[in-house]
Design a protein around this ligand. Structure first.
Ligand code: CA
Ligand code: CA
Length: 460
């Protein structure tokens, strides 16, 4: 708008001062109709010169930021990037702008139907945050909302309204600049139209000023998956599997499998800090420790067999990578749908158990729907790592397990093709566990000796 075009308005108003000043062309008068324009001028004179103290012009021009989706959100390039209804929606008048010299000016006359809109492709897998600044001026004196500015989000693909993000009215008049923010993450991956629209009734002008519209996106960073504690396997590769537990930010795991000659063996990994959803640690074989019924002696040596890593995609699925390649693993259901079954209060904890006085061997225990499956990781008489399993067997009662240790062999090695394992010894000996709390128990060995076991704490 030039000063010439508003000369009549200037002559009829106290805008003469402004028009005679340095920026005479910056009057934000509406020109939709003569009468509404005149009324807007009146409102302008009465209420906006000077601006109320709480309408403070920002000293910082809204520069495009990384991830900014809005074109010309500060309106300094006029209507560039915006769809607008007829009339001078984008207006230049530096005192009214939140930043720069221009802003969107909705309403400002009676029976207004003003609109600005812009389209966006909201990226998938990203948080999208909308914010803008607005203020409301109004001649309305009643405590009734009669003039409105509404912020809507539409689907470009369907044409349907996705949401009314917000609405302000004459009741918010004299608001000063308000910074409004909306999280649009619920609409990620959609093509959307953001629309600001003003509708006023037939009397008492209200106007809505909008500036510095910003829609920024940020990739959603996974907070990390917490895998369920207990038994894991690849269902297509039964006979070997894994016991995994996370405590704090660390995971401790073991794998039970077979040597190329068919002998059962196992390895441990961790405890190691999890990075995001990925656990990675040396794959360690322990040698020369305590046998099932032997006296205690610590493992005599260890061997590093490379690195194992597991990236969890959710609490019950992951991909395991080790020198044998990569395999998908998932939680093992001891009983149907047992992995996700609710755990009654008082149930002995799933996870790693040990006797702290007998380091080097340990027990992996899990109860699903009152049925236990456990493994013992230890050594044979020659010092080779060996594991025994027991169950799945129903608990005798909620605090007592009675079963038999079994020894397996001839199954799949780390790098070998799948082959089913066989039971090498169906009765290595009896095992009884009497739990006296969710974290402590007495384990009876095949020779009748009883040892205390407790949960193995390796977290922070
Ligand atoms: Ca601006
Ligand atoms: Ca009105």
């Amino acid at each position: 708008m030039t000063c010439k075009s508003v000369l009549a308005a200037c002559a009829l108003s106290l805008l003469l001062v402004a028009c005679g000043g340095n920026t005479p062309s910056d009057s934000p008068a509406k020109q939709t109709t003569v009468s509404s324009s005149a009324k807007s001028e009146l409102l302008y004179r009465k209420d906006f010169k000077p601006l109320p103290a709480n309408v403070v012009k920002s000293t910082v021009y809204a520069k495009p930021k990384a991830g900014e989706l809005v074109t010309n959100g500060g309106f300094e390039d006029g209507a560039t990037g915006w769809m607008t209804s007829a009339g001078n929606i984008i207006t230049e008048f530096s005192d009214w702008a939140h930043s720069g010299n221009k802003f969107a000016y909705l309403g400002g006359y009676d029976n207004a139907a003003d609109m600005i809109a812009q389209d966006f492709a909201l990226p998938a897998n990203a948080q999208s945050s909308l914010q803008f600044w607005y203020y409301v001026r109004s001649d309305e004196t009643e405590s009734t909302a009669s003039d409105f500015m509404t912020v809507d989000l539409y689907s470009i693909d369907s044409g349907n309204k996705l949401a009314t993000l917000g609405q302000v009215s004459n009741l918010q008049k004299n608001s000063g600049w308000v910074n409004q923010q909306y999280d649009l993450s619920a609409y990620q991956g959609q093509n959307v139209r953001l629309m600001f629209s003003a509708a006023t009734n037939a009397s008492n002008v209200s106007l809505f000023v909008v500036d510095d519209v910003s829609l920024t996106t940020a990739a959603i960073v996974s907070a990390g998956v917490t895998p369920q504690t207990g038994w894991w396997w690849n269902p297509a590769e039964g006979g070997r599997g894994f016991t995994i537990e996370k405590q704090g930010d660390k995971i401790f795991m073991a794998g039970y499998l077979y040597e190329n000659d068919g002998r059962a063996t196992w390895f441990g990994a961790g405890p190691a800090v999890v990075s995001g959803s990925t656990f990675s640690a040396p794959l360690t074989t322990y040698i020369g420790g305590q046998t099932l019924t032997g006296t205690f002696h610590a493992p005599s040596s260890t061997a590093n067999n490379g690195t194992i890593s597991v990236t969890f995609t959710d609490s019950s699925h992951g991909t395991l990578s080790w020198p044998g390649g990569s395999i998908a693993i998932e939680r093992y259901n001891i009983v149907a749908n047992g992995a996700n079954a609710s755990v009654p209060a008082g149930t002995p904890q799933a996870g790693w158990w040990w006797n702290p006085a007998e380091g080097g061997r340990g027990y992996s225990i899990e109860i699903q729907n009152n049925t236990m499956f456990l493994a013992a990781y230890m050594y044979d008489d020659l010092g080779n790592p060996i594991w025994y399993a027991s169950g799945p067997t129903a608990m005798t009662n909620p605090n007592t397990y009675q079963g038999t240790w079994q020894q397996y062999g001839n199954g799949q090695s780390m790098s070998g093709a799948y082959k089913s394992a066989s039971v090498v010894n169906a009765n290595v000996g009896a095992v009884t566990i009497n739990f006296n709390s969710t974290t402590t128990a007495v384990l009876t060995l095949p020779d009748g000796r009883q040892i205390s076991i407790q949960r193995y704490n390796f977290g922070n």
